[in-house]
Write a protein that binds this ligand. Structure first.
Ligand SMILES: [Zn+2]
Length: 309
């Protein structure tokens, strides 16, 4: 059993109506595997944005949304392939699962890998149910008369990031391009692409941002994320110039204003990504994941990565 933080287990998830018929479902504390999801109700149907990591958490989301609507959940939108956003797709029986073309491929390739990364978590009977309606750049989904633009950006957090943008309400479901209070994670994405994606999201002019992890926020969330990413880039450049690797760079790094963000051990993965891009490799190029997960554990004082899922 992994050692748990001294702060104790986080509080229960919260479903909140952020605009009429549009809900955020936030799972504190937003650290490893504790993602947010969305619910959009209208036109005689319900649409969800992402599922949860475990069977129990996904069924709890379904139970909770049943307290605000009896309408059938006809559609699941996946913001990217990671298991914390997709493993629970199967609880929405009969729903159409929509995602980026690469989301399907990556979900199938990764399989249930996350169960091995977090062996102490009881995932339940999760299975891979990837998107079976896929798109490349943009797709409009109509929730009654309300247009929900599904837009692919990146590579940023992964190579298959999709946000759900509701222009009429200025509500943005940002997926893991946006962490609020948690450390961004670029192991499977891109540093330069993440910076560009944050600029693109800000230029949409959202009033409400539902991040992939952490509390619901507004556009003030973007700039600190950009500052963190620029710091990662600078640390990677310094390390390259001095001839040491990402783990050493991460050990020496002063995280400053970002030291309080959850899961700081992601820094070493982010530095691997930054180094890859400094060397001119293409964004989202596969890195040695097993080795980098091991370095995150090392940076975490040799302790397994804390996961409350
Ligand atoms: Zn993710």
């Amino acid at each position: 059993v992994a050692p748990k933080s001294a702060t104790g287990p986080p509080g229960p998830p919260n479903l909140e109506e952020v605009s009429p018929g549009l809900y955020s479902y936030v799972q504190p504390d937003g650290s490893w595997c504790l993602n947010n999801t969305g619910l959009l109700v209208g036109g005689g149907r319900a649409v969800v944005v992402d599922s949860c990591a475990t069977e129990a958490r996904s069924r709890a989301f379904l139970d909770r949304l049943r307290r605000v609507t009896e309408l059938p959940v006809t559609t699941v939108v996946n913001t990217h392939h990671h298991g914390d956003h997709t493993f629970g797709n199967f609880v929405f029986e009969g729903a159409t699962v929509i995602g980026h073309h690469r989301c399907r491929a990556e979900a199938i390739e990764a399989g249930l890998l996350m169960k091995r990364v977090f062996p102490e978590v009881d995932f339940g009977d999760v299975r891979v149910e990837p998107p079976f309606v896929t798109f490349e750049d943009r797709l409009s989904l109509w929730v009654g008369d309300l247009e929900v633009e599904l837009r692919h950006l990146g590579p940023a957090h992964t190579d298959n990031d999709v946000v759900a943008w509701v222009p009429e309400r200025r509500v943005l479901f940002a997926g893991d391009i946006v962490f609020n209070g948690g450390t961004p994670f670029l192991l499977m994405g891109s540093l330069a692409g993440s910076l560009a994606a944050l600029d693109a999201l800000e230029s949409l002019g959202p009033a409400v941002v539902v991040p992939g992890h952490g509390p619901v926020c507004g556009p003030e969330v973007f700039e600190p994320l950009r500052r963190y990413l620029r710091l990662v880039g600078e640390l990677a450049e310094q390390a390259e110039a001095a001839g040491y690797g990402p783990l050493e760079a991460a050990r020496q790094a002063d995280l400053g204003e970002f030291a309080g963000w959850s899961d700081p051990e992601r820094l070493v993965a982010n530095l691997h990504r930054a180094r890859s891009e400094l060397r001119g490799e293409e964004p989202a190029r596969p890195l040695d994941q097993a080795a980098i997960w091991a370095e995150m554990v090392e940076l975490n004082g040799g302790q397994p990565l804390r996961c409350w899922a």
